[in-house]
Unconditional design. Structure first.
Length: 170
């Protein structure tokens, strides 16, 4: 077995080549942007009542816990997503979806949803009853095969809030 020795000039050439690739990518607007951040997907925010029946049933069964549920309407080409935050002690808690992106890397696909998980401000008057904040989304699939993808929810701080189980058909 032959071992290749890296000399100083080998390392210098590799570093220069990598720097040139990064500079070219940054100069033309970034070929690496969709790879790192993903491609944005338009979405429509829905109320819980506007979601398909399988997601409403899933919400009634699993509203106590934080997570994500998804349901594919293959006839219309829409993916419906339910973001749950679980049981919260009072009113004033909300889930507000901000953006949805498709990230494809290393043979894997994720539909990433960044949401603002809003907590009531200190001293803000809120209803004193347990609540179950959730948000519904409809994504029109444009050339995306959802069976390759998992749906993952993140907060604005980057903290994961759940991922999907296998998709359900309607």
């Amino acid at each position: 077995m032959r071992v290749v020795k890296l000399r100083g000039w080998h390392i210098a050439v590799l570093v220069l080549a990598l720097a040139a690739l990064l500079a070219l990518g940054a100069a033309d607007g970034g070929w690496w942007g969709p790879v790192i951040r993903g491609r944005p997907i338009p979405f429509t925010q829905l109320s819980i009542a506007e979601l398909p029946l399988p997601l409403i049933e899933a919400y009634s069964e699993t509203r106590w816990s934080e997570g994500v549920d998804a349901c594919l309407d293959s006839a219309a080409g829409d993916l419906y997503i339910l973001l749950r935050w679980g049981q919260q002690p009072t009113g004033g808690y909300r889930v507000v979806p901000k953006d949805v992106r498709v990230v494809r890397r290393w043979g894997q696909c994720q539909i990433r949803i960044r949401s603002d998980y809003v907590v009531p401000a200190p001293g803000q008057p809120v209803i004193e009853v347990a609540t179950f904040p959730a948000a519904g989304l409809r994504i029109t699939l444009q050339g995306i095969d959802p069976y390759d993808c998992t749906v993952v929810a993140f907060g604005l701080d980057g903290r994961p809030h759940g991922a999907t189980a296998p998709l359900r058909r309607i």
